[in-house]
Ligand binder design. Structure first.
Ligand code: CTP
Length: 398
């Protein structure tokens, strides 16, 4: 899929730059050619020699290098690529890109091109969560920049959270998705998936039986049609899809925040089984049966993410798809739910125990839209996902 593709790889100055060496190898194994560009700060983490040896090409470093300019000007350098990949995309590089600055070779290349750009951010969790980075991320998303990651995990600085650069193979998958073309190329789609866990105390939680299988299959099908997918998932049983911007959450509130952070998108598919209630005043110490007696749990209502996004006055996705898990009168209940939630489509399914759908591999859905209720035959969750992705492509591009 990457054979004969030309990637311009801009390596920013962060500790994650070491992973970019492996990324170069992985890309070349798949037949892509990689032209590396290092920022000044990147050279503090990896050397031009190792980068250039792995790429089998010269490593570009300086905007004002007379030899480089004579051989291949910086404008040409950026335009001859099929895709520009910025990995690691540091907070500084993202800031420059969002502001349109061009004061070194990397930022100038990014300004001088209309080649698609994919960023793999890497930074400390507080930098990632800083309002300036949130703003820059939104701006870059609006400008059509695609993202791979960041992942959540332990950081080189000793903290934990989102900000770790995606692993090389995850970035490769995102690069393949970005170059794949397809009817959803250039469309950014949000998918929520999996259950949420609502804590009772630090060790106990309330959950539901969603495996995340249907949401994962939908995300995968959208990626295969060329979409850039932001995948916001609760603690699911199935492994997340490749080639998406992955956001792990636990609670409904965190999912709601992650959805806000992912906007704007062209479409939102809300496949998650979000807990309607959380435990009000969850204990921050483990409840003890001897000391505390029988616990009495009070509940508070969680934000209804689908409803909120469907009613957004500014920034509502062009297409909002909700799901309805019902155990009786599926069509009637789901039709009412579509109006109540304000979404464009509802994918309704019967999750009564006899069907084996919740947690199973098959699904029988009814698609409810302005055109009424359309019953799909029972089929694998992958097949439902492909059909839904095709319908989304038709709606967004038709
Ligand atoms: N949903 C959401 N946020 C919530 C609850 C649900 O975004 N707090 C979304 C789900 O992802 C799904 C749709 O709303 O797309 C339907 O969820 P469901 O739980 O079936 O609907 P409810 O509003 O809870 O209705 P009821 O409990 O009456 O079935």
């Amino acid at each position: 899929m990457l054979a004969s593709k030309r990637i311009l790889l801009i390596i920013g100055g962060g500790i994650a730059a070491y992973k970019s060496l492996d990324l170069i190898r992985r890309l070349r194994e798949r037949g892509a050619s990689v032209t590396p560009v290092l920022t000044r700060a990147a050279e503090e983490f990896v050397t031009p020699l190792s980068v250039s040896a792995l790429a089998g090409e010269k490593a570009y470093r300086d905007l004002f290098d007379l030899t480089d300019e004579a051989e291949m000007g910086h404008i040409q350098l950026s335009r001859s690529a099929d895709l520009i990949v910025v990995a690691p995309a540091t907070a500084d590089l993202m800031g420059k890109m969002a502001a349109g600055l061009a004061n070194d070779l990397a930022s100038t290349l990014l300004m001088a091109t209309d080649t698609p750009v994919l960023c793999a951010p890497a930074m400390n969790v507080r930098m990632w969560n800083h309002p300036a980075t949130r703003r820059n991320y939104r701006q870059l998303t609006e400008d059509g920049i695609r993202f791979a990651g960041p992942n959540e995990g332990d950081m080189a600085c000793g903290e934990y959270g989102p900000g770790r650069m995606s692993e090389p193979l995850e970035i490769v998958a995102a690069i393949e998705a970005a170059l794949a073309g397809g009817p959803l190329a250039g469309k950014r789609i949000l998918v929520t998936s999996g259950p949420t866990h609502e804590p009772i105390d630090p060790v106990r939680y309330i959950a539901n039986r969603s495996s995340g299988a249907q949401g994962t299959a939908i995300a995968r099908a959208l990626v295969s049609l060329g979409a850039e997918v932001v995948f916001v998932t609760g603690p699911a049983e199935v492994a997340p899809p490749e080639g998406v911007e992955l956001v792990h959450v636990r609670t409904a509130q965190q999912m709601s925040d992650a959805v806000d952070a992912a906007l704007p998108v062209d479409a939102g598919v809300f496949a998650a089984a979000v807990a309607d209630w959380r435990v009000d005043g969850a204990s921050d110490r483990k409840l003890k049966k001897s000391r505390d007696g029988m616990p009495v749990l009070q509940f508070a209502e969680n934000p209804d993410i689908l409803k909120r996004v469907s009613h957004m006055e500014k920034g509502r996705p062009a297409l909002v798809v909700g799901f309805a898990a019902e155990t009786d009168d599926v069509i009637a209940h789901a039709t009412v739910k579509r109006t109540r939630k304000g979404c464009d489509w509802i994918v309704a399914n019967d999750v009564s125990p006899g069907t084996g759908i919740m947690g199973g591999s098959e699904n029988a859905v009814v698609l409810i839209s302005d055109n009424g209720a359309e019953e799909w035959p029972r089929m694998g969750k992958d097949a439902v996902a492909r059909r839904l992705a095709e319908r989304i492509a038709a709606a967004l591009t038709g």
